[in-house]
Design a protein around this ligand. Structure first.
Ligand code: HEC
Ligand code: HEC
Length: 212
């Protein structure tokens, strides 16, 4: 059995012990809003998230820098975006067998806490120098991507942070949107990558990985 298989069994066991009280995505986003307005709630959630994420850390890393290239970094990712993706796994809008199963073990407060913990973590140090592959990437990014992902690629509540993301994960994600493989469905993203063109994906990926 490979490592994902072993983790899937561990996740099934976890489900037996975890508190899965859930009132839905609005309740989780509500907790995030409360944390934004109240430093004590924010500090408490970050602390709770550090423990609640114990299992996530197997792949997403102790402080949100992924341990495997195909796993996304969550460090400094926007908490509202993290929660929206947890919800997308749960509703099946986003497909990944392992993640879809695992998300079922999380209660509302744990979702908010884990999102706050990772969102508050230090972003990845820039991994690549702006090598030849990144030339052109900046131009393409400015032309086609800043309107949603922002100038600095730090994203916002609705749009993912891309700066310093894992190279393999970025490449895989963009190819999936381009060829509409169905793991994720977003027509605006598919349109943007179609305009970018397959031949330019690599330059944008290298550019994004080089940002902090
Ligand atoms: C066995 C490894 C593994 C574990 C453990 C794991 N993840 Fe993941 N996670 C992944 C992979 C792989 C992806 C990318 C899936 C894809 O390609 O769509 C992912 C994607 C995500 C995303 C989407 C990020 C983005 O940038 O869109 C979130 C959020 C997430 N995981 C949260 C969690 C949480 C919370 C936990 C713990 C409860 C967890 N993960 C545990 C492997 C893991
Ligand atoms: C109209 C707004 C919009 C534009 C323009 C746009 N994106 Fe996105 N992007 C999104 C949204 C919304 C998502 C999340 C979609 C989902 O849930 O699958 C996303 C997701 C992504 C992801 C996955 C991030 C993650 O953590 O999983 C990557 C990578 C990405 N975009 C790169 C790009 C690049 C590169 C461009 C320019 C070529 C671009 N985007 C242009 C809205 C946009």
């Amino acid at each position: 059995m490979n490592w994902t298989g072993r983790l899937a069994i561990a996740a099934a066991l976890l489900a037996v012990f975890c508190n899965t009280a859930s009132a839905g995505p609005e309740a989780v986003q509500g907790l995030l809003k409360k944390a934004a307005a109240d430093p004590a709630t924010r500090a408490a959630l970050i602390r709770e998230g550090d423990s609640a994420a114990f299992f996530c850390k197997n792949c997403h890393g102790e402080k949100g820098i992924a341990r495997f290239p195909e796993v996304p970094n969550l460090a400094a990712q926007n908490p509202a975006y993290i929660v929206s993706q947890i919800d997308a796994f749960l509703t099946g809008k986003r497909r990944n067998e392992f993640m879809q199963g695992l998300m079922k073990v999380l209660g509302d407060r744990e979702k908010a806490a884990i999102a706050m913990f990772y969102g508050n973590a230090v972003p990845a140090a820039s991994v690549a120098t702006r090598g030849p592959a990144a030339a052109g990437g900046a131009e393409h990014y400015k032309r086609l991507c800043v309107s949603c992902h922002q100038n600095d690629a730090h994203g916002s509540e609705s749009f993912a942070r891309l700066a310093g993301q894992q190279v393999d994960y970025l490449r895989l994600s963009l190819k999936r949107y381009l060829t509409r493989t169905g793991e994720r469905t977003n027509s605006e993203m598919s349109a943007a990558v179609t305009q970018l063109g397959e031949q330019n994906i690599e330059s944008v990926v290298q550019y994004l990985a080089s940002l902090k």
